[in-house]
Design a binder for this molecule. Sequence first.
Ligand code: VNL
Length: 386
Amino acid sequence: MLRRQILTGVGAAALALAAVPALAQETVKVGLILPMTGPSASTGRQIEAGARLWMAQHGDMVAGKKIQLIIKDDTGAADQSKRLATELVVNDKVAVLGGFGLTPLALSVGPVATQAKVPAVIMAAGTSTIVATSPYFVRTSFTLPQNTAPMAQWSAANGIKTVVTLVSDYGPGLDSEKAFKAEFEAKGGKVIESLRAPLATPEFAAFLQKAKDLKPDALFLFVPSGQGASLMKQVNERELAKAGIKIIGTGDVTDDDQLNGMGDALIGMITSHNYSAAHDSPENKAYVSAFLKATNNMRPNFMSVGGYDGMALIYKALDKTKGDTDGAKLLDAMKGVSWTSPRGPMSIDATTRDITQNVYIREVKKVDGQLYNVEFATIANVKGSN
Ligand code: VNL
């Protein structure tokens, strides 16, 4: 009798247990805040496509939990980013925040992440100091000092003695200007003028005329993703190259998202950057072809890998915590992780939570009738910040 009761009891408990996963299959929500409309919409599109491709390739289950991706459009306005972050944390109870298309948008979310103890993965913004503003920030994009210093080294080593810099007048532009000058002058070059164009008015004529009049060996350019085509059109109209001025910059200017439409005048332009769609590796070949297929032929740019690798980092962290979504544990699990991305080897520095990755020197070339940034030199394992 007693034995039968026990057996019945065990049977009931087993049934109850078996019912649990079906009833409470836990969902882990990941909330990406991106500029899906407005002047930086291409950044939102690229990051969303990268994140969705990662999930399409790796499934939506990690450590027994179902991953749900939520995308919110901040239109590129910092007050919207902050409001959406608060809503995602309070109402949706997201385990991880991510995205952040521009520096001011990332900065506005930092205090929300800190207060809620929710990891926030920076997939786009590139000002070096952002990660240090919240202990919950990690970065899978790039920093401007990281991407710029190799360009200054290459310039100094390749006969360029004087440079004018022209950058967008906000965080990443100022970072880029500073890094170029420090590195170039340490190697014996001279920055003879540092020009800054307002971020919101992509009207460069007056600055380009000034640069032309100064007759430097080279003009170094940085504008954020989405503004390269308009800048390069104006550069070409002013005929700086014909005046003997070499045009150089970061890869934000020769962005894969727009490069092919910029025209053959760009052939030969040298830039430095962390990603090119032409990066020659098996991982990248597979990435580019899957991305083109998934997006009706949108060429992936450097923003897309920020989203793809951002999801990779979140999956790896959840794997390590065995599905535990405690913010501090997830963040801890992200520190020191390394893997091979379509961009090449990358890791999250355990101390700074910033990205360490290769930076490549590239030349715009025509390959199979299309313009690409073809890499020809690698500076390995460059730290995002110190
Ligand atoms: C930023 C830096 C944005 C580099 C970018 O494109 C970029 C930023 C929107 O930190 O705001 O290419």
